[in-house]
Design a protein around this ligand. Structure first.
Ligand code: ACO
Length: 436
């Protein structure tokens, strides 16, 4: 952020009072007016539901430009990272603000790998859930519960402790995710195998059986690694803002990340990839033509929306969707899908075509988003539907923890405490119950 050189003056047309506010120039993106003293000087709040024009913090981690379809982590374009980097290298980059040297990356990978196990008592935690629990519900609970196991390094103002927490979270999320799935499916837990890569290990913990040999498919492991890179961080989205808000009260990082997982769960955010496949199933089971659903999505009197289309920030195209679309089409060519999967994949591809050519979607820039394709890829990989958002959470953990850590080292950070435009009743007199 540049030192303040420009200002904006706001005049209150009723009283004639004026306030001059500083305006900052970021390294990229729109200028930002600092309204901090507006209330003190004029007695007004600002009103911005959904944070359409509000920068909630300053950050040097991720830059995105929705108009131009740009996404960069620590200044590196997502396209270059997707092609040349790996998920764990991206984790190092997000946490440390630079790319690692070879020996630093080896050390980082080795340290993450040393933390993949869960405390044995933590494993018993899973059996407290009902068998039909959604794995996201299990994950929210288990990640919050990590705080009960790792008091040893929980001084949130200590940089080294924050880094150890980051290692723990990156390493344990796949183990928690896979165990949530195994528990809900009545399958034995599989402990991590540290000779495997990060994503191979996840596939191994998800799909292997103690009774059989299992070798993770390198094609799937590579595709998953790429998906993880694309989902690693995304600036101040709903779940990241939730992590920051929860963490701003000096809550412990496991609690803050658990709150981020809860926010991610919703179908308007990370839950969209699961919602995409549920929608495809509904379309197929209805026996109605695809156009019926497209028409419903366009009907203002119908709340139905095409899941996996549109984005709050990317109003031109989503650069992640462009990359993931390529992987999706390649994977579908290379893999053998079951006939049931194939029917859903065919519907998805038909929907992609309709939405790319229908005026309603074209005029509103409602392109298929990253969740549309990740849902389809996970479907083709044989990952159960209720695990889709769990994998998103696994990938986004590095973003959450990097943003939380940045906030903790920011001396200007304060507890988040928004104000409101009050529209309720005022000054009522309490009536005893018999007089109401
Ligand atoms: N299907 C049909 N119409 C849509 C859709 C959709 N998926 N998305 C937006 N529209 C329409 C709206 O009705 C509105 O039309 P109007 O201008 O005629 O009133 C216009 O497009 C703009 O939509 P908004 O709701 O104002 O856009 P907003 O930025 O608030 O919402 C959102 C973005 C939440 C992603 C929305 O597009 C949506 O609900 N999409 C489906 C859910 C989804 O895929 N979410 C994943 C987001 S990506 C992520 O979290 C990683």
């Amino acid at each position: 952020m540049s030192s303040e050189t420009e200002t904006v003056t706001i005049t209150d047309n009723t009283t004639g009072k004026q306030v001059t506010l500083p305006m900052y120039t970021p390294t990229a993106g729109p200028k930002v007016i600092d309204i901090g003293k507006l209330y003190k000087e004029l007695g007004y709040f600002t009103y911005d539901p959904g944070f359409m024009s509000t920068a909630s913090c300053s950050s040097a981690i991720t830059f995105l430009d929705g108009g131009r379809g740009v996404l960069q982590y620590r200044g590196y374009p997502i396209e270059q990272l997707a092609e040349q980097s790996s998920y764990l290298e991206v984790c190092f980059l997000l946490l440390n603000n630079r790319l690692p040297k070879k020996e630093e990356l080896d050390y980082f990978i080795n340290t993450v790998t040393q933390h993949t196990m869960l405390h044995e008592a933590m494993i018993r935690f899973f059996s407290g859930f009902r068998r039909d629990a959604h794995p996201m519900a299990i994950m929210v609970g288990c990640v919050g519960a990590l705080a009960a196991f790792y008091h040893d390094h929980m001084d949130i103002h200590n940089e080294e402790h924050r880094m150890i927490t980051a290692y723990r979270l990156i390493a344990k999320m796949p183990t928690i995710a896979a165990m949530s799935y195994r528990y809900a499916n009545g399958k034995p837990f599989v402990y991590p195998r540290n000779s495997l890569s990060y994503t191979e290990n996840f596939l191994y913990m998800m799909f292997s059986m103690p009774s059989e040999e299992y070798t993770p498919d390198p094609l799937l492991a590579k595709a998953l690694d790429l998906i993880m890179i694309l989902h690693a961080d995304h600036e101040q989205n709903a779940s990241t803002s939730t992590v920051r808000l929860a963490g701003s009260s000096d809550a412990n990082p496991f609690a803050a990340v658990a709150s981020g997982i809860a926010a991610l769960w919703g179908p308007a955010h990370g839950g969209a990839n699961e919602a995409v496949v549920r929608m495809l199933i509904d379309i197929n089971e209805s026996g109605k033509p695809l156009q019926t659903f497209v028409d419903r999505a366009k009907d203002k009197n119908d709340s139905f929306r095409l899941m996996g289309f549109g984005h709050r920030v990317y109003k031109n195209y989503d650069p992640r969707a462009r990359l993931i679309r390529e992987i999706c089409h390649k994977l579908l060519n290379d893999m053998e899908a079951s006939s049931e999967q194939q029917k859903l994949l065919d519907t998805a591809m038909a929907l992609e075509q309709v939405a790319l050519h229908d005026d309603y979607f074209v005029e509103r820039n409602l392109y298929p988003n990253v969740d549309f394709y990740s849902g389809i890829i996970f479907l083709a990989m044989g990952i159960p539907m209720n695990m889709f958002t769990v994998i998103f959470a696994m990938a986004r953990t590095i973003g959450w923890i990097s943003q939380w850590s940045e906030m903790m080292s920011d001396h200007e950070a304060k507890i988040g405490r928004p104000r409101q435009l009050y529209t309720g009743a005022i000054d009522l007199d309490y009536l005893p119950i018999e007089k109401r």
